[in-house]
Design a protein around this ligand. Structure first.
Ligand code: HEM
Length: 479
């Protein structure tokens, strides 16, 4: 690893290298136990740029958020797809997209992400709204008295089904709810092994995971997908594109569809849980958000009772400032994705303040925004949930400061630059719609006092799961 930093014109020195005492594993164990705590302790010792030996790899962390821009904007030299391709192909079991056999596949699949924005996003969000209402109607319209459920289970069941039928459609001749809940149960089992697969643990060591993955992938074989009606343009476009590549077998194409399913619900389910959990834990937040929703429904002449159809435009969803702030606040508290880049060539990464990091082809650079999200210099009392943190004078707040300077990046649950989540607009709309329906239709309360904590098992990989589930009850709101 040939890596050094030069300060001003002449001073060159190697960035501190943090090595563990266990050969090969390096600092992987401390990192896995609590990545944020570990990185903060290294920052105190070594400053804002240091290299860590994690499980056979040298990763240079850039800790100062003012330096993020310099990493993010160098997208030609600092690439991300190669890393993501290797991890996704191993986890979801398809041949690497960039192995030379599939020219243009990466670009073709990327172009399709446009169907998650603009007009197609409006159509997707409308379908999501209809599907969510259908699910709420089918599942919960009998709740005239208090019904008790576990909250994570509830969020998982609603979000999984709504996302699945909005994106992939459903078989009109089968009991769609049953089929999808069977897929969901397998998905939940697979998802429990996801952090191990991402960490390159051989699937053979993970019990039944290999068999479960195979069964999940089989759901996306052409003879099954052909039966699903009412799916989205984005999935149709992915099907058409994958079809063009003769070297991809049915299993490989199905594995690509399974990977997209994981991307679309793997983070959305826990993020929805946290949004709901924090709202119910904070009555003042719940009251303000519910008031905003009621006000919107009233001003647009829409009824909120069961059987009443709610329709909201993208603009109306965008204007729900308190709901959006509450969502952003829960995302700030539960997201933990690491932004990785790999140097494509030897080059000098210029940082602010005349610092230069000399990189060799293949070196890894990492940003870890969870530390920014929990920085007391940026967010006062960062461990506290403040639902209106992203509101100023009744409007959305976008100015956050550190050391008196305005930050360009202050909230990054969806990643950054070239690795930014293409589904972020749909995800935000879906979570808003879920909360609008839940709060407009039901009285909801927690029935357990306990505090739910973050399960640190997937730090660096996205939205953290809760360390336990919690009971809540709901009943139809009296109008
Ligand atoms: C709260 C919900 C979500 C969160 C927090 C989230 C977060 C992220 C993050 C951080 C990445 C980048 C991963 C990396 O840097 O390695 C990503 C990638 C991705 N996300 Fe999301 N996501 C969410 C929902 C969705 C939804 C609803 C969809 C699709 C409908 C989606 C589709 C994708 C895809 C396809 C990628 C890979 C992009 C690529 O090929 O570069 N995500 N997501």
């Amino acid at each position: 690893m040939n890596l050094f930093i030069s300060h001003a014109v002449t001073k060159l020195y190697q960035p501190p290298l943090v090595n563990g005492w266990i050969p090969f594993l390096g600092e992987a164990l401390s990192f896995k136990k609590d990545a944020s705590k570990f990185l903060l302790s290294q920052q105190r010792k070594h400053g804002d740029v240091f290299t860590v030996h994690v499980a056979g790899r040298y990763v240079t962390f850039i800790m100062d958020p003012f330096q993020y821009t310099y990493v993010i904007r160098n997208s030609r030299q600092l690439e991300f797809h190669e890393f993501a391709d290797a991890m996704a192909s191993r986890t979801f079991d398809y041949p690497r997209v960039s192995n030379g056999n599939f020219p243009n596949l990466k670009e073709d699949l990327h172009k399709i992400y446009q169907l998650l924005q603009g007009k197609p996003l409006d159509i997707l969000s409308d379908h999501m709204m209809e599907n969510l209402q259908g699910i709420f109607e089918w599942k919960f319209s009998q709740a005239t008295d208090w019904e008790t459920e576990k909250m994570y289970k509830f969020c998982c069941s609603v979000i999984f089904e709504a996302s699945f039928i909005t994106l992939y459609g459903r078989d009109p001749d089968a009991d769609g709810h049953k089929v999808i809940s069977e897929i969901r149960d397998k998905f939940t089992k697979f998802d429990a092994s996801f952090p191990y697969l991402a960490a390159n643990i051989p699937i053979e060591l993970l019990g039944a995971t290999k068999e479960i993955r195979k069964e999940l992938i089989h759901n996306f074989f052409p003879n099954n997908m052909r039966k699903w009606l009412g799916g989205s343009e984005v999935i149709q476009a992915r099907k058409d594109t994958l079809e063009k590549y003769e070297l991809l077998g049915d299993y490989d194409k199905a594995a690509h569809h399974f990977a997209f399913l994981w991307a679309s619900v793997g983070n959305t389910i826990p993020a929805t849980f946290w949004a709901m959990y924090y709202l119910l834990r904070h009555p003042e937040a719940l009251a303000a958000v519910r008031d905003e929703i009621d006000h919107l429904l009233q001003s647009t002449g829409q009824k909120k009772g069961p059987g009443c159809n709610i329709h909201l435009t993208r603009e109306q969803l965008d204007n729900l400032a308190y709901l959006e702030s509450a969502l952003n606040e829960s995302l700030r508290m539960c997201s933990s994705s690491m932004n990785i880049r790999i140097a494509q060539e030897d080059f000098i990464l210029k940082l602010e303040g005349n610092q230069e990091v000399s990189l060799r082809k293949g070196d890894w650079i990492a940003l870890y925004p969870q530390i920014l999200h929990m920085d007391p210099e940026v967010y006062e009392d960062p461990k506290e949930y403040k639902f209106d943190r992203y509101i100023e004078n009744g409007k959305k707040k976008t100015a956050f400061y550190k050391k008196g300077r305005k930050l360009k990046y202050f909230l990054m649950p969806f990643g950054s630059g070239i690795s930014m989540c293409p589904g972020r607009f749909l995800a935000m709309n879906e979570m808003k719609l879920f909360l609008i329906l839940s709060l407009a239709r039901f009285d909801i309360e927690l029935v357990e006092e306990k505090q739910v904590g973050l399960d640190k098992g997937r730090m660096g990989l996205g939205i953290l799961l809760p360390d336990s589930d919690i009971a809540f009850h709901y009943k139809l709101r009296s109008l």
